[in-house]
Design a protein around this ligand. Structure first.
Ligand code: AP5
Length: 218
C-alpha cells in the first residue's frame, strides 16, 4: 500500500527542511504545495496569477486550487509508492478531501508528523531564512549558512529571501495558521498515525526524532 506522510506545523517549524531529508531517506517524493505554488507564480500560469497576491499577503490559497494541484500530482507515477506532503493539508476541508481521495485509491495516511516550535524561535528562523532560487535548498543566515555568502552549496544559484518572510507577513501567517491549520491537530490527534515532534534543537536531533516516529509506523 502507498505510504503517504504528512508534515504538519506552523510556518518556520522546519517542515520543508525535514521533509527534504526524509524524502531522501525514504526515497519518496517531497510534495510541497508552497513550492508548487511558487513554481506556478514564476511560470506565470493562470494558477500562479491567482495565487501570487494571496501568498504575498500571508493568507491561504483556495481549497479548490490546492486540491486540484494535489490530485494531479498524485496521478504521477513517482507518487504510487507514497509521497511526503509538506504544507498540505492546511484546512479541515483539505484534510477531509485528502482522506476521500486516498480512500478512493485504496490507501491511507501512514504518518502525521506534527512539528512544534515556540513562536519566538519561529520568527528567528523565518527572518533569517534564505532559499535557493535554483534548486529550492533551504538555508539560514545563522543556523545553516551557505559556504559562500548568498550562493547555493548544491547548485551555485543565488540565495533569496521569500517575499512572505517579511516581519508583518510572518505575523499574518502565524495568525492564519492558528485560525485555519491548528484545528488539524484535533482532526488527526486520535489516529495511531499521529506523532508530535519537538522541533527545538539541531536539525539532526529533530530528524532523529522524526525517523524514530516513522519507524513506529512500519
Ligand atoms: P509554505 O511554503 O508551505 O510555507 P509555510 O507552511 O508557511 O512553511 P515555511 O516554508 O515558511 O516553513 P517550514 O516549516 O517549511 O520551515 P523551513 O524548513 O523552511 O506556504 C507558503 C504560502 O503558500 C502559504 O502562506 C499559502 O499562501 C500558500 N499555501 C501553501 N500550501 C497551501 C495549502 N495547502 N493551502 C492553502 N495555501 C497554501 O525552516 C525555516 C528556517 O529555519 C530555515 O531557514 C531553516 O534553515 C531553519 N531551520 C530549520 N530547522 C532548523 C533547526 N532545527 N535549527 C535551526 N534552524 C532551523
Amino acid at each position: 500500500m502507498a505510504r503517504h506522510i504528512i508534515f504538519l506545523g506552523a510556518p518556520g517549524a522546519g517542515k520543508g527542511t525535514q521533509a527534504q531529508r526524509l524524502s531522501q531517506e525514504l526515497r519518496l517524493p517531497h510534495v510541497s504545495t508552497g513550492d508548487m505554488l511558487r513554481a506556478s507564480v514564476q511560470s506565470g500560469s493562470e494558477i500562479g496569477r491567482r495565487a501570487a497576491a494571496v501568498m504575498d499577503s500571508g493568507a491561504l490559497v483556495s481549497d479548490d486550487i490546492i486540491m486540484g494541484i494535489v490530485a494531479e500530482r498524485l496521478t504521477l507515477e513517482d507518487a504510487l509508492a507514497g509521497v511526503i506532503f509538506d504544507g498540505f493539508p492546511r484546512t479541515v476541508h483539505q484534510a477531509n478531501a485528502l482522506d476521500a481521495l486516498l480512500e478512493r485509491g485504496g490507501s491511507q495516511i501512514a504518518a502525521v508528523l506534527h512539528i512544534t516550535l515556540d513562536d519566538e524561535e519561529i520568527v528567528e528562523r523565518l527572518s533569517g531564512r534564505r532559499v535557493c532560487s535554483g534548486c529550492g535548498a533551504i538555508y539560514h543566515v545563522r543556523y545553516h549558512p551557505s559556504q559562500v555568502s548568498a550562493v547555493c552549496d548544491v547548485c551555485g544559484a543565488d540565495l533569496v529571501q521569500r517575499e512572505d518572510d517579511q516581519p508583518e507577513v510572518i505575523r499574518k501567517r502565524l495568525a492564519v495558521y492558528q485560525a485555519e491549520t491548528a484545528p488539524l491537530v484535533a482532526y488527526y490527534h486520535d489516529r495511531p498515525a499521529y506523532h508530535r515532534i519537538d522541533g527545538h534543537g539541531e536539525t539532526d536531533e529533530v530528524f532523529a526524532r522524526i525517523v524514530k516516529a516513522v519507524r513506529e509506523t512500519d
